[in-house]
Write a protein that binds this ligand. Structure first.
Ligand code: ADP
Ligand code: MG
Length: 553
């Protein structure tokens, strides 16, 4: 005789929500049930280490999917549930993730909030009720005789029934009687199931099998049992066993790019506080929408091969938004939300870790493969500069990744290379602003500077000057525009003397130009040209004034 039991109050609430939700991400139920099946197999495998006999005849650990016109079946040969397990685990909410979810549920104001919330969480086993109006769990625990198997049935209406049944095979079979009111959402369809497995469960390490239609030559069709998932997650394999070709293939398939990545970064962190694997790629070409608002940065998150979310942005600082890839950590639970992640200390640690790694890889490129780095810089440099401009606190981490063209053969240089080459009597890092090299080279001020043999960095990009102003200095050496009025190149006394001698002339010129300039002075910056215009306030150069004016518009 079946025993009728009530769900715990909290569970009831959750079930109500599942049943009544018009939530669009119903598809996650499959991910949840498959990951439970995979967990159950993991547990069995763990038991079998101590006692290999428990596998018996049934050694091919796998997950089987099948369906008919009304039901979807998910079957595993994992550890199974006994009577107490079923009452305990399928009737109550014990998990912390779901508990937090329930807490949040209390503060909800409307349906939209509710949907957002389910979207942020995965809600485990109960998500089955988003698509099913009846769920049947039949299970035999590995250490029980077949007549001690159980059958658990619920319509999600606050009650469930449980009884002992006879079941020959070890493990759990879940039957979902699919709701008729799902409208657009079809699940009892070969192609939809295949797609969902690829999307969420591709890297589950046990085969997920289903009978599918195979198209043979001459238009013939045959039914065949196939494994739907690729099982092997590249990132969990040992680095030394992965060929470049495999990385490139993986990148192109998963991150929608035609080109091979410029650089692949694959590493594991196995500290006592955090554990994760990262597989990151630096693309060789910027995506077409990279410099638009449509572009979304972020890394994909997995927990032990199960896909959790796409493009989680908190793991990448803005200046590294070009990085693509994924993080897999056992510390992420499937039931975690973006919000909770954001406040987790782990995320902070992981972020720091990967930032450091990316920085050091880029620095190595600068040092060892300059051509490659320049290629990279020309694609993504503007993004790095704009990102750094917005988070200037990260100056120390990022300033050494910046490249500028300079008067040294018009080649790209880093600030540290500039510093290395500075003359003994040189106080500043000199820069000139313009939209082309030829424009800058024609500036009258360049004459004397060249003569003195000082190097000048060229700020050719609009964002450059803003960035330099923000940075203010590099390793305590100030930046100074070659057009700034207080830039001293020659002998100050000599200059002051000349200023005094020509007082009358300068006064007259000033009188003549009074609507146009603030002052007229003697300069030591010129060689051939008779005069040049400089800016009085060296925080805002002439060029920047132009840009600001445009912006005021
Ligand atoms: P979680 O997987 O986070 O523990 P779920 O709500 O997904 O939470 O599942 C609840 C519990 O039900 C699991 O912890 C497990 O004990 C049990 N369970 C669910 N599916 C299976 C299964 N296929 N085999 C064995 N136990 C299962
Ligand atoms: Mg689960």
């Amino acid at each position: 005789m079946a025993e009728r039991k009530q769900f715990q109050t909290e569970t009831k609430q959750l079930l109500d929500l599942m049943i009544n939700s018009i939530y669009t991400h119903k598809e996650i139920f499959l991910r949840e049930l498959i990951s439970n099946a995979s967990d159950a197999i993991d547990k069995l495998r763990f038991e079998s280490i101590k006692n290999p006999d428990i596998l018996g005849e049934d050694k091919n650990l796998c997950i089987n999917l099948s369906y008919d016109e009304e039901n979807l079946y998910i079957e595993d040969n994992g550890i199974g549930l006994n009577y107490e397990d079923a009452v305990e685990n399928l009737g109550t909410i014990a998990k912390s993730g779901t508990k937090v979810f329930m807490e949040k549920l209390k503060d909800l104001k409307n349906e939209k909030d509710e949907m957002d919330l389910i979207g942020q969480f995965g809600v485990g086993f109960y998500s089955a009720f988003m698509v099913a109006d009846e769920v049947i769990v039949e299970s035999l625990k590995y250490d029980q005789p077949s007549e001690k198997a159980i059958k658990w049935v619920s319509k999600g209406d606050g009650e469930y029934e449980i009884e002992n049944i006879n079941k020959e095979k070890r493990g759990t079979k879940i039957t979902l009687h699919i709701r008729k009111d799902l409208n657009d959402f079809k699940i009892l369809d070969e192609f939809i199931i295949k797609d969902l497995i690829k999307k969420y469960s591709n890297y589950i390490k046990y085969p997920i099998k289903m009978e599918v239609t195979e198209y043979k030559e001459e238009g013939k069709q045959e039914k065949e049992i196939k494994t739907l998932n690729s099982m092997e997650s590249l990132w969990r394999k040992n680095k030394s066993q992965i060929k470049d070709e495999e990385y490139n293939q993986f990148y192109k398939e998963n991150f929608y790019d035609w080109n091979d990545p410029l650089k692949t970064i694959h590493f594991k962190a196995e500290g006592s506080t955090i554990q994760f694997t990262a597989l990151l790629f630096i693309p060789s070409k910027a995506p077409f929408n990279y410099y638009t608002k449509e572009f979304k940065r972020g890394l994909n998150l997995y927990s032990k091969n199960v896909f959790i979310m796409e493009k989680y942005e908190e793991l990448l600082p803005k200046y590294f938004s070009f990085v693509k890839g994924l993080i897999d950590s056992p510390d992420f639970s499937l039931n975690i939300s973006r919000e909770i992640l954001q406040h987790s200390r782990n995320i902070e640690l992981i972020k720091k870790n990967i930032e450091k790694k990316i920085t050091s890889e880029l620095k190595t490129l600068i040092k060892d493969e300059r051509e490659k780095y320049i290629e990279f810089w020309e694609e993504f440099g503007r993004g790095i500069k704009a990102g750094l401009y917005e988070s200037i606190d990260s100056k120390d981490k990022v300033e050494d990744l910046l490249l500028f063209k300079s008067s040294n053969e018009n080649k790209y240089i880093t600030l540290s290379e500039y510093k290395e080459r500075m003359k003994e009597d040189q106080k500043y890092i000199l820069y000139a602003v313009g939209d082309s090299i030829s424009y800058i080279e024609s500036l009258p001020q360049m004459e004397m500077i060249k003569e003195k043999g000082f190097e000048v960095i060229y700020l050719l990009d609009e964002v450059d000057e803003f960035l330099i102003q923000m940075l203010n200095n590099y390793k305590e050496i100030e930046f100074k525009s070659i057009s700034s009025s207080d830039l001293e190149l020659g002998n100050k006394e000599e200059k002051d003397l000349k200023q005094e001698e020509n007082k009358d002339l300068l006064g007259k010129l000033k009188e003549l130009l009074k609507d146009k300039v603030e002052d007229v002075r003697v300069t030591d910056k010129l060689k051939k040209s008779p005069a040049c215009i400089v800016s009085s306030d060296d925080n805002i150069s002439i060029n920047m004034q132009k840009i600001l004016k445009q912006m005021d518009g």
